[in-house]
Every structure is written in structure tokens, then in C-alpha cells.
Design a protein around this ligand. Structure first.
Ligand code: FAD
Length: 366
């Protein structure tokens, strides 16, 4: 019998776990190296004093992507996770006391906006249609494909997108686009906030990112009954069952290559350094870190292109165990700052922590 080809995966975040499951299913022998003591990466969990916290993601969108991964590995998502749709996606609190509920029912949400702001319900509906169009034109090309692969740009759908490039709105900022749909600063602020989903600044990020609003309002937002970490636990179990070999507390210190012909990697496990041979390595670590620290490359075209990109903003996260019920709060809550533009100037231009930051509260009881 032919020996199965071995592949190394660096990192047991959601990306590394998904890659490992797919490769194992395709018949490869997969070794997964994770520097932390358990899987999850940013999607981790903390258990302390009777409280459980998801450390990173809190909101699940596009669950069909995860469903497809479960099905690919021969599993039914229903047997692993309780995916619950939210009726109220987020409750927004403004400094003047206004509260806007972002209902998942678009008619109800549009009505809420028209009651609480100077904008009409129809403006909200037209706006979400505009966001849907961006999604329709870009999903196959960017969202569900590898857009660094030039071949994807020769697909018939790519030509359709190219001819309608203005409709994907890449030439103005999210804020400018939102301002063209709405007159009330509150509505604009609400939709500008979506830039922060990937750590961007709405005053400079391209309006194409308004796609996110379609994903949330038209396709739905979800939580997992047992918290986001239950997804990691399920993927970890599936990967184990498929035969993936996990090496925790194992930091990869170098990818050994000869002009990008992969030879293996160096790992540090509890101070013991080891060289392992592989011809194929998949890295789930950040791309800049991979070039600079693992491939030891800061000069190639790709390495210098990535090093020039501005990193997204980080977040300051507190995990608070709170006793009692708070009926006025939803699962997701936003407490807006008074001066949104100044907040982003602090974050992205002055590189300081704003005095009056927007606060996001995520409350889940399990
Ligand atoms: C505070 C916060 C809130 C978020 N909220 C949401 C949300 O609500 N919804 C949403 O969809 N997304 C959200 N995100 C984004 C989401 O968490 C990430 O997109 C996702 O978890 C990234 O997964 P990943 O596998 O690509 O990377 P990571 O989770 O970063 O995984 C990379 C893994 O590689 C390991 N690694 C790195 N270098 C090495 C090395 N040299 N050797 C061995 N191991 C290594 C790391 O330890 C890590 O486990 C949020 C992120 C944060 C931080």
C-alpha cells in the first residue's frame, strides 16, 4: 500500500482546524503544531470562578460555511452544535439616550430606524438591497474563493463583476457611501460601525465592506447555545477522529525551505528543539509573521507587499463575571461614543486609546 503523504499545519485556530480536517479527509497524514496548550487560537475560552468566557468571536454569520465543513467531513452540524438565530442582532445605545434595536426582521428594523431617527424605513431597505448587490457580485470571486489565485479572475463571474465594478463600491469610503443613503448621524454611525468587524476605519475603508450588513441583516446572525468555543471543540473532535496528530505546546520556530521548496520545520517543544521533514506545510499563523519569522524572508515581493499593509486595529477586552439579570440588555450591545470621527482619528491617526471609546457588550449565559 502506498504511504500516505504527510502534511504539517501550523496553528490550531479555526483556519488550521478546518484545513487539517479537509486534508485528513482527502487521505493525507496531518501533523498539526500549536504553540498554545489547546486548540482555538483567537476563538478560545476562559473558565474562571464558575464563569465561562469566549475570548474572541461572539457572533456567528454565514453558518452555511461551517455546515459545509461538517458535511464534507461526513458529519451533521445538528449533531454537534445548537445554532440559534438572533431576533435582535444588536441593541445600540447613543449618548443622547436614543436606543435602536437592530431587529433581524428587515421590515421591523426599518420601522425602528424610521421611528428613532430622521431616516425613512425605505432608505434602510434600499441600503440593504445595495449591500446585497455587493455580496452577489463579489461572493464567488472574493469571499468563497482564493482571490490571491489569479486563475479566479478568468472565471465567467469575474468578468460580470469587472463590468459592474462601480456597484461593488470600491472607490469611496464606507462612511461616504452610508452618508449618501442616510441623513441622520445616528443611522450613519450604526452602519459605519460594521467597519470595525475586521478592525477597519469606516472613514477610509472601501465601501465594498458594506457587504457585511447584507450578511448580518439579510442572511442572519447567530449564536451557539454552548458558546463559540463549542465549535472549536467539535472541530477538534472531528479532526482527532479523522486521524490528525496534534502537537500542543509546540511552537514552530522556522519553516525550512530552499528557495521556497519546502524541506521541513523546526519546532520548540518545552525547550527541546527538533527538526521535522515535510514537503508541504500549511500555515495558519499571521501572514506577516509567517514571512518574517518562519520563512525568514523580508525581501521577496510577497513579503514586502504584506509588510507594507497597515494592520487592523486591536481591541481591549475585559471578561467580567456579573451576577444578576439585566433585562434592558441583549446578547450584543453597543454603547456609542459621542464623536465617532474623533474616536477613529485617535485609533488610526494618533494611535492612542480614545477617551470616549465605543463599548461593545457581549452577554451570554450558559
Ligand atoms: C476580540 C475578537 C472578537 C472577534 N469577534 C468575532 C466575531 O464576533 N465573529 C467573527 O466571525 N469573528 C470574530 N473575530 C475574528 C475571529 O476570531 C478570527 O477571524 C478567527 O478566530 C481567526 O482564526 P484563524 O484560525 O485564522 O487564526 P487564529 O485564531 O489567530 O489562529 C492561529 C493559531 O496559530 C497558532 N500559531 C501562530 N504561530 C504559531 C507558531 N509559530 N507555532 C505554533 N502555533 C502557532 C496560534 O497560537 C493560534 O492558535 C474576533 C476576533 C477577536 C480577537
Amino acid at each position: 500500500m502506498a504511504k500516505r503523504k504527510r502534511i504539517a499545519v501550523i496553528g490550531a485556530g479555526l483556519g488550521g482546524l478546518s484545513a487539517a480536517i479537509r486534508l485528513a479527509k482527502q487521505g493525507y497524514e496531518v501533523d498539526l503544531f500549536e504553540q498554545a496548550e489547546k486548540a482555538g487560537g483567537k476563538a478560545n475560552e476562559i473558565n474562571e470562578k464558575g464563569f465561562r468566557f469566549d475570548t474572541g468571536p461572539s457572533l456567528l454569520t454565514m453558518p452555511f460555511v461551517i455546515k459545509e465543513l461538517f458535511e464534507y467531513s461526513g458529519q451533521r452540524i445538528e449533531n454537534h452544535l445548537d445554532v440559534i438565530p438572533l431576533n435582535n442582532l444588536c441593541k445600540y445605545f447613543y449618548p443622547d439616550g436614543t436606543v435602536i434595536n437592530a431587529y433581524s426582521n428587515v421590515d421591523k428594523f426599518a420601522e425602528e430606524v424610521s421611528t428613532k431617527t430622521k431616516d425613512a424605513a425605505q432608505s434602510v431597505k434600499s441600503y440593504l438591497k445595495y449591500a446585497e448587490k455587493i455580496y452577489d457580485l463579489t461572493t464567488d470571486l472574493f469571499l468563497l474563493s482564493d482571490f490571491s489565485n489569479a486563475k479566479n479572475f478568468y472565471k465567467p463571474g469575474a468578468l460580470k463583476t469587472l463590468f459592474q465594478i462601480n456597484k461593488i463600491d470600491p472607490f469611496r469610503s464606507m462612511h461616504k457611501a452610508n452618508k449618501s443613503f442616510f441623513k441622520d448621524p445616528k443611522t450613519i454611525q450604526l452602519f459605519d460601525r460594521y467597519a470595525t468587524y475586521n478592525g477597519s476605519n469606516p472613514f477610509s475603508a472601501p465601501a465594498t465592506l458594506n457587504i457585511i450588513q447584507h450578511v448580518e441583516y439579510n442572511l442572519g446572525a447567530f449564536i451557539l447555545k454552548k458558546g463559540v468555543y463549542s465549535l472549536v471543540e467539535s472541530l477538534y473532535r472531528i479532526a482527532k477522529n479523522k486521524g490528525v496528530n496534534f502537537f500542543f505546546n509546540c511552537k514552530v520556530t522556522q519553516i525550512i525551505h530552499d528557495n521556497y521548496v519546502i524541506k521541513g520545520l523546526l519546532v520548540n517543544r518545552n525547550g527541546i528543539h527538533e527538526k521535522k521533514d515535510y514537503e508541504v506545510i500549511i500555515t495558519n499563523a499571521d501572514v506577516n509573521y509567517t514571512y518574517n519569522n518562519l520563512l525568514k524572508d523580508s525581501v521577496s515581493k510577497s513579503a514586502s507587499r504584506y509588510s507594507k499593509l497597515e494592520p487592523s486595529s486591536s481591541a481591549l477586552v475585559f471578561y467580567w463575571g456579573v451576577k444578576g439579570e439585566h433585562d434592558n440588555l441583549e446578547v450584543h450591545n453597543i454603547l456609542f461614543s459621542e464623536d465617532y470621527r474623533n474616536e477613529f482619528k485617535d485609533l488610526f491617526e494618533r494611535s492612542i486609546c480614545p477617551d470616549d471609546p465605543t463599548v461593545y457588550l457581549y452577554i451570554i449565559q450558559i
